[in-house]
Design a binder for this molecule. Sequence first.
Ligand code: GLC
Length: 541
Amino acid sequence: MAASRNTGQGSSPWWRDAVVYQIYPRSFLDTTGDGVGDLPGIAARLDYLRWLGVDAIWASPFFRSPMADFGYDVSDYCDVDPVFGTLGDADRLVAGAHAAGIRLLLDWVPNHTSDRHPWFVESRSSRRSPKRDWYYWRDGRDGETPNNWRAAFGGPAWTFDELTRQWYLHLFLPEQPDLNWGNPAVVEAMHRVLRFWLDRDVDGFRIDVAHLIGKDPALPDQPGELGPIDRVGIHDDPRTHPLLRGIRRVVDSYPGDRVIVGEVNLHDTSAIRAYYGAGDELHMAFNFLPLSTPWSAGAWRGLIEVVERDLGREAWPTWVLSNHDTSRHRTRLGGAEAVSRAAAVLLLTLRGTPFLFQGEELGLEDAVVPAERRVDPGGRDGVRAPIPWTGGSAHGWATADPWLPWPPDADVRNAEHERRQPRSILHLYRRLLAARRASPALREGEVTLLDAPDDVLAYRRSTAGDERIVLVNFGQARVEVPLEGRWQLDVASDPAVDRWDGGVPPSGAVVLERFVRREGAAGSVPAGGGTTGPTTPSRSR
Ligand code: GLC
């Protein structure tokens, strides 16, 4: 491993200090002219990611796939789909990332394969196939589905197969049959997949819908009131935990703090907590509550309290505002750049590991995708729009005609243009990443919510010898925030703010550090009246 890679500051593992950047390879950068991004495209932008300051990349699936779910339907876990490149390109990407001091996490899809995967083709061929039990085949009930489960993209979670006159289970598309992890041969085959990539020196995995893999073989009906709800959001079976421990043992058998972060699509943080096990299951689980939390001080305060309470001291939190499955937060929160900037301050100063989604650092909005260009069965095309790297019609891609339309205002909201503008949102992200790196309190410190005026979310991050205060103003008017002690500006979301003057602009956010007298330094003027009206901790840990 390259010496320049962040090995974790102090005693904590690197991933607790890290900022992870999600790449959706189809939409990152196309180098071949087929309109679809590829692995050489990612390799070509490692310099940019290094400049931005991210510690790790999570790449959405680039394995062989018929693309019914754009790569989340895998037909060969141990090869690269030709649309993205070759295994050699994957090896070069790992090596290039490591040389740039960046770790690489792959997106491993254990719950289901493609219906074209040789395992399923064989399983489907006969009731007596040795791979029959690798998937869930069941008889129907009076000509109807074996149980009442619903699939994530609509319809029943079962498809009837004429050849063998049985139904197979798929919690997503019919093209994504669920693997039977109750069969030890499946466990062994999937562990081999992990080893294949760990041997190629990847730093770990984002595990797709990790909470779904354990199932009661009786596959009981959902109780009446839950009947119509799709299974993915409620499936929570104790059989998943020993399976995650097995996966963790494989990953832990490799040197270098490899990591697994799991998608646990449950909406209750205390349920998500269980997937960390006793420190022997997931290292981190995604928490998707921020994706649906309204943009208000009260709602965010409540969310932080819930996360701190439910995850406790041992389960390290994660934070995310955008990903490839949900409308971008800029679009979701109404489109104003000021709000996106304040949200960036929030995301990058909370206690836990933040996950960025490609393009949020450019302040991108979802693309408007006309009906005739829509391709995703889950309606997620807008968020998956290609990244504009430059102005001009092809925006740095090898073709001006990518698989999805460009996001709005790509002439100015592109990496090249924003990099030239020191006041751009891109530079704000870069400053925030640098501020995190420089501050143990922001990386690892406790979070303490502070009393604050209405519309303002205020918290302290602190560790022995280091401290920051973060103020986020969700309202439309400037708010004065009296603070105990003397503070100076570390980072402001609003490019017009260059010092702490005691107030936060509308839809603005600031990160403050203790005042240090520096001769003639701009931006280090203490707040007028900054020693009055103490803001006190409202909850301490
Ligand atoms: C996860 C992925 C999503 C995919 C689904 C099925 O939720 O994030 O994109 O469609 O799993 O694999």
